[in-house]
Ligand binder design. Structure first.
Ligand code: 6GU
Length: 262
C-alpha cells in the first residue's frame, strides 16, 4: 500500500515510518510513505501557506493553492486511483471497521491541516472523506495521520509476525469471516514470573487446558467490555454461550442483574 501525506511537517512522516510495526511494513515493502510539503508549492519569497480568515477571528487559514498543488503532485506520483482523506475533528469517527476499509485500498492521500483550518473550497472539491480520531482537539492533523498509518499498516498482510495477533485484538471482529461481528475489548495478559509481590498469574492460564483458557479469555473480554465499554456491547447480539459467560462473570463479581434481560 502507498500512503501520501500532505503536511507542513514532512519530517514527521519519516518518523512515522522509522520504527516498530510501521517501520517493518516499510522495510518489507508492504507500505510506502511519501511526504508532500505545501510550502514547496507556495509562491513568493515568503512561501506563504496561510492567510487571515475572511470575516475576522483568531488564527490563520491554509491557502487553497499550495494544498491543491501538493495534492496534484501526490496524485500524479502514482497512476493508481487515490482517495483524499482530510484529518479533522469534524470528520467521521475512526473505527476499526473504517481502518479495515482503508487498509484494503492500494493507496490513499492523508491531508493534514494546521492552524485554524483549511479554506473550505479546497475541502469541498479535493477531499473525498474526512476522518476524526476522537472527540478532542489536536493542533494539527499529523498525529491523527500517524494513527491512521499505524492502524492501517499493521493490517497489511505480512506485517505482523504472529499471524493470529491481529484477529485477537480488541475491536477486531470475533467472527473471522470479517463481518462486523461483536467488538470486544481484549482480555488481560500475563507473563513470567508466575508468582510476584504484585500478584499471581490466574491458574487457568497454566492449566494447559486450551479450551478452558479460551473460555476464560473470552469471558474476561466480555466482562471487561461490559464493565468498561458497555456502549460496545450489544448484549442481544451475543451468542447464547457468550451470554452465559458474561452472566457468570457478573455473578463472580457479586453483581445483581441489571435492567437488561441478558
Ligand atoms: Cl483528525 N485532527 C485534529 N486536528 N484534531 C483531532 C482529530 C483530527 N481527531 C480528533 N481531534
Amino acid at each position: 500500500m502507498r500512503i501520501d501525506i500532505v503536511s507542513l511537517f514532512p519530517e514527521f512522516v519519516a518518523q512515522c515510518a522509522a520504527f516498530g510495526v510501521v517501520g517493518r511494513a516499510a522495510e518489507r515493502g508492504l507500505l510506502s510513505l511519501h511526504g508532500w510539503n505545501p510550502r514547496d508549492y507556495a509562491e513568493g519569497n515568503y512561501r506563504r501557506v496561510d492567510d487571515r480568515p475572511f470575516g475576522g477571528g483568531p488564527g490563520m487559514v491554509m491557502l487553497v493553492d499550495p494544498l491543491r498543488a501538493s495534492l496534484d503532485a501526490a496524485r500524479a506520483a502514482d497512476p493508481r486511483p487515490v482517495c483524499v482523506v482530510y484529518l479533522t475533528p469534524q470528520g467521521v469517527p475512526l473505527t476499526q471497521a473504517k481502518v479495515r476499509e482503508l487498509a484494503a485500498r492500494e493507496r490513499m492521500v492523508l491531508l493534514c491541516g494546521r492552524y485554524e483550518g483549511v479554506d473550505e473550497r479546497l475541502l469541498a472539491t479535493q477531499v473525498d472523506e474526512e476522518i476524526s480520531i476522537g472527540d478532542y482537539v489536536l493542533s494539527g492533523g499529523e498525529l491523527a495521520a500517524a494513527v491512521v498509518v499505524d492502524a492501517v499498516a499493521r493490517l497489511q498482510a505480512g506485517v505482523l509476525n504472529d499471524a493470529d495477533s491481529a484477529e485477537q485484538d480488541s475491536f477486531e471482529p470475533v467472527d473471522p469471516a470479517g463481518d462486523p461481528g461483536q467488538l470486544l475489548l481484549d482480555c488481560p495478559h500475563y507473563t513470567r514470573p508466575v508468582s510476584h509481590e504484585l500478584g499471581d498469574v490466574p491458574p487457568v492460564l497454566m492449566s494447559g487446558n486450551h479450551a478452558e483458557i479460551a473460555r476464560w479469555r473470552r469471558q474476561q473480554a466480555l466482562g471487561r467490555t461490559w464493565q468498561r465499554r458497555p456502549d460496545l456491547l450489544d448484549e442481544a447480539g451475543l451468542s447464547k454461550p457468550d451470554r452465559a459467560l458474561l452472566s457468570s462473570y457478573r455473578a463472580s463479581l457479586g453483581t445483581v442483574g441489571d435492567d437488561s434481560d441478558g
